[in-house]
Write a protein that binds this ligand. Structure first.
Ligand code: FAD
Length: 321
């Protein structure tokens, strides 16, 4: 039977949401093909494999090895190549995450196959599956079809909704032990910085601050608002360069690309490099004291005013809801 592999991703022992979105994407590519979810790690992956089935996979394969506890492109690459050779899929889908971006070009080149990256939409006509992906920093979209052979497809988070979780779904879980040979690097442990709440790349609400926020103290206002809205805090490079916040929060051409349901840009001018990372957000609200700021050109709602007055007022109103 023809099939599509979905390579899932974990963080801190949990599946990342983009893994479930990748299953939904695989279903959109073909409702008839078997969807096989892949989980990679060192041990105890059955519960995660079952989650993939609850979210729509027909079957799940766990690939275990002591050297696969943490991601390395060599280790994961060898594991995926082994399963691709055994399963001979028609396509391989994964998230357009830092891991997906690192792995898929290498594997596509090894297998001499194609790669359609950063997909935000999938449609079908009578003959083709058509993939949409942003180009020119999100200013335009191109549509691609795959004309030959299998291909890797990476999907951008928060664009293709995951299917409803359904615990009554059943499917076979298989364990595959692979021989991971001669790794040049083994990552023994990953020590994360203390979490500051919701993961930016998967957040539905982002409150992002720019140079207008003026200080690290000013960012505390944004954290409070993000907390009230159950969202994450992001930033412009201007704010990161000024050391108001960590570079891990940077959104834009050289930062993270995000597509939340709601993006609140606070004291951000709207430079093209910033827009490249957030212009596909579903609803954009801009708060800026300069009515001519470029950010208002892409905002759905604009508030012209001093952020230090506007944010506390918004916060007070949101708290009432
Ligand atoms: P500014 O442009 O200084 O804007 C600050 C805004 O705050 C102004 O509009 C001002 O009116 C407003 N403001 C000030 N005080 C208040 C107040 N009290 N209340 C309300 N509003 C107020 N930038 C990114 O963001 N992400 C990237 O990935 C990125 N990559 C880059 C890559 C390259 C190669 C280059 C050259 C640049 C890149 N930049 C990136 C930088 C980008 O060009 C801008 O310099 C940066 O986005 C500006 O940040 P900002 O909007 O916070 O600051």
């Amino acid at each position: 039977m023809s099939k599509i592999l979905v390579i899932s991703e974990t963080r801190d022992g949990e599946l990342r949401n983009v893994s479930f979105e990748a299953i939904a994407a695989a279903k959109q590519i073909s409702a008839d093909k078997e969807i096989v979810g892949i989980v990679i790690g060192d041990d105890n992956l059955d519960a995660l494999a079952n989650e993939l089935i609850y979210y729509g996979a027909d079957r799940a394969v766990t690939i275990t090895h002591e050297n696969l506890k943490n991601y390395t492109s060599e280790g994961y690459g060898q594991a995926i190549l082994a399963v691709v050779k055994e399963e001979s899929p028609d396509g391989i889908v994964m998230g357009h995450t830092s891991i997906g971006k690192d792995l898929t070009p290498k594997l596509a080149s090894k297998l001499e196959t194609g790669l359609v990256s950063d997909v935000v939409g999938i449609e079908t006509d009578e003959e083709n599956v058509i993939f949409s992906r942003p180009i020119y920093s999100g200013k335009a979209f191109e549509k691609k079809i795959i004309t030959d052979g299998i291909s890797f497809i990476t999907i951008r988070s928060n664009n293709i909704p995951a299917l409803e979780r359904d615990e009554s779904r059943t499917g076979k879980v298989e364990t595959k032990e692979v021989d991971i040979a001669d790794l040049r690097i083994i990552v023994k442990d990953v020590i994360r910085k203390a979490s500051e709440g919701v993961d930016l790349s998967e957040a539905n609400v982002i409150v992002a601050g720019g140079r207008g926020v003026k200080s690290a103290d000013g960012f505390k206002l944004l954290y409070e608002l993000a907390d009230t809205l159950g969202g994450a805090v992001g930033a412009s490079r201007g704010a990161c360069d000024a050391a108001y916040c960590d570079y891990s929060l940077q959104i834009g051409q050289t930062g993270k690309v995000v597509t939340p349901d709601l993006y609140i840009a606070v004291g951000i001018s709207g430079a093209i490099q910033h827009l490249a990372g957030m212009s596909n957000s579903k609803v954009i609200v801009a708060i800026n004291k300069d009515p001519e700021a470029n950010i208002f050109n892409i905002a759905d709602y604009g508030i012209v005013g001093d952020l230090f007055e506007v944010i506390p007022m918004l916060e007070e109103e949101f708290k009432k809801i």
